[in-house]
Design a protein around this ligand. Structure first.
Ligand code: ZN
Length: 368
């Protein structure tokens, strides 16, 4: 499994910005060559272009030029000649073992002239990755708005073997970030209050529309993203580290969301923060020999987790009260149990006379 670690670095913009711009030109020249010649063969590109580009860009180290060539050819290959991949003067620059070294926290990067050396400020929670995972390569990026360079370092390690165990259903919602099938709630009034405040600020600033307001809007949006990222790290960590569970079952929210929930919830669901929680839980689980699974989201909030009766009227806001058997529960807990059971059902092979069918929707038959 892979992990990408982003760290801000202080590099000289006089040295690195011209390098990035030249590498972007080299990249674009390779793409043009590939489109004209109808090939993304690296050796042919090297034969045709290398000598001339060395003359035109004498400062760019040879190994870096080759890395740029490789990424240009891979970009053309990925787009199958249908588009023209382009790099801008400040586009990210890929480094590999030929052009960089990483020893402990000391990083060296190829540049025009001699290599640049930086000491990385590695956050505590990335130390484990730095010390024990193997380093694969990195990308140098530059964000224009705050004039900051970043390195994105890619590490790899063996994926731990899956530990068989219990499945836990997780319902994600507007009110609680996550509710589990065994009755835990991961929510925070702080999250909701903060979200509301950000929404309010956004609206006010958008109405204003001045240049200062737009700048404020960008800054706020960054803060909001960092805040939610933090929350998602926290929640996914707690979920992944639960001793009792090795499979986390989530609703597949990609397809049918429009039919199931209101407009307000849809907006929330489609937001990146849900996707981020999913991603974080995914990679944290993987590192622990656990995994996430997705199930069909239909009827999970309307179906009774005890008698399987489905009715819209079973649910009133956060309360679930089954019209058929009288079962009462918190609506999100009931949904989380349904999510878990959908998964368990989908892995259970039901015998039907001689044949066998895998029947995840067996309980969807009773619809009122
Ligand atoms: Zn019931």
């Amino acid at each position: 499994m892979m992990r990408t670690v982003s760290i801000p670095v202080n590099l000289s913009s006089e040295r690195f910005l011209p390098l990035m711009a030249q590498c972007a030109e080299i990249f674009n020249a390779h793409v043009d060559w590939a489109l004209v010649n109808g090939t993304y063969n690296k050796n042919k590109a090297h034969q045709d272009l290398y000598a001339d580009l060395r003359v035109k860009y004498p400062g760019v180290p040879s190994a870096l030029l080759q890395t740029v060539r490789d990424s240009a050819m891979e970009a053309v290959k990925a787009t199958k000649f249908k588009r023209t991949p382009r790099k801008k003067p400040t586009s990210g620059l890929r480094y590999d073992k030929r052009t960089m070294t990483l020893r402990g926290q000391q990083l060296t990067l190829s540049c025009v002239g001699k290599r640049e050396q930086v000491i990385l400020n590695v956050p505590e929670y990335f130390k484990e990755v730095f010390e024990n995972w193997s380093f694969k390569g990195a990308t140098l990026t530059y964000s224009k708005h705050n004039k900051q360079f970043w390195v994105r370092l890619v590490f790899e390690t063996d994926t731990p073997e899956f530990q068989p165990g219990e499945a836990q259903g997780i319902d994600r919602g507007l009110y609680h970030l996550a509710t589990t099938s065994d009755g835990q709630f991961f929510s925070s009034s702080k999250v909701r209050a903060t979200q509301r405040r950000y929404l309010h600020n956004r609206k006010t600033l958008q109405q204003k529309g001045t240049r200062g307001a737009k700048r404020r809007l960008r800054a706020t949006s960054g803060r909001e993203q960092r805040f939610m990222r933090d929350v998602n790290h926290c929640v996914s960590k707690k979920l992944a580290h639960q001793q009792a569970f090795t499979i986390f079952v989530l609703e597949d929210l990609s397809g049918i969301r429009n039919q199931r929930r209101g407009k307000k919830v849809n907006k929330w669901l489609s937001s990146w923060t849900f996707y981020q929680l999913e991603q974080f839980l995914g990679y944290k689980s993987e590192a622990l020999g656990k995994r996430i699974e997705f199930v069909d989201a239909r009827y999970t909030s309307q179906r009774c987790s005890v008698c399987k009766h489905i009715a819209k009227t079973n649910r009133t806001k956060s309360r679930f009260h089954c019209r058929n058997c009288g079962h009462q529960a918190h609506a999100d807990t009931n949904a989380a149990i349904n999510v878990r059971d959908n998964y368990i059902l989908s892995t259970t092979v039901v015998s039907v006379e001689q044949g066998t069918v895998n029947c995840p929707d067996a309980t969807d038959l009773i619809v009122v």
